[in-house]
Design a protein around this ligand. Sequence first.
Ligand code: FE2
Length: 384
Amino acid sequence: MPAPYEFQIPTRIVYGRHAAAQIGEIAGRLNLKKAQVVTDQGVAHSGILDQLLKPLQDADVATRLFDEVEFNPTVQTADKALRHYTEEGCDGVIAVGGGSPMDTGKCVGVLATNPGSATDYLGIGKIKNTGVPVICVPTTAGTAAEITDIAVLNDPIKKIKMGIRSPQVAPAVALMDPYLTLTLPPAPTRDSGLDALTHAIESYISVNSWRVSDALTLRSIELIGRYLRTAVHNGNDIEARDGMLTASLLAGMGFHNTKLCLVHAITLPFGGVYNMPHGVSNAIVLPHAMEFLLPGAVSKYVDIAVALGEDVEGMSERAAAEMAVEAVEQLSRDVDLPAGLAQYGVKEEDLPKFSESIAQNFMVPLSPRVATAEDILEICKAAF
Ligand SMILES: [Fe+2]
């Protein structure tokens, strides 16, 4: 008998234009008296924090700023953030930014009650104790780190990028305000948006997908097709920013339950070894992986093509499915995605070694067509 489907989003979601003003009330409900604000230099200098610190002050919640998170944060950064949390005597975390600050903040949340270093908990289900309250406030639309139970870190000594995945890692609250994404420059808007598209497509075609996750992820794909170009080229358009933030959330709700598949498996070493931005690596690999996966998900590709606005009337099912790959390529061109992994320092001679280890990743068999190491090498070469 097949296993029944399960669906859970453990994080409370507070979503809306100007929802940032609710942060004091939300922190108060979690009994926070002194919160560590975890962020990066970009956010710290953007003025975004002002929209959060004032309502926190009004609610008598003290704050201590840790703004040293880099992109692709390391286990050392997570440990340093924890030391700051402990030294300052904080009682909860407010993580503000893209995936990097949110994942670091989520790490602090669980390390505060689980002894040791972040590196001790890389893997699945290693966290034992419930963490302290974490509020995630995304300023990009793409990672969905605000609702997931995984925090991804780089270990530069072991040269790997790996997640701490445990139910306790999921934040208590995701506070989502599209106005906080308004000042994000075009390149990170593009990269995070294409990461969301990868999440939505990978969840939609996953062997774990079902009608409930499909309803979320197909709508996400449609919203990205409608709004990503505008969000990249006219960042002040609040409707487009709102559409993208919702799309990111919907994709996250889907993949949090179905897990991801081939693209995210392939791109893990590019972040770990070359420090390549996560969204870019996924976006470059996505159409090539989609071409390989197409025979395993023909009818779902037709849905993707239609969701991305393609007219497939009168086409054969196969020809309509191929339009999904073309639509993704066209969208990537329209938002000026750089072509090729080589531009980011990926070395061709490393690809065979990567392909062998990628083929062992748990996400590969969740794809609608299972790739061998040879298949993965071909996909990487095509994306090179
Ligand atoms: Fe991703």
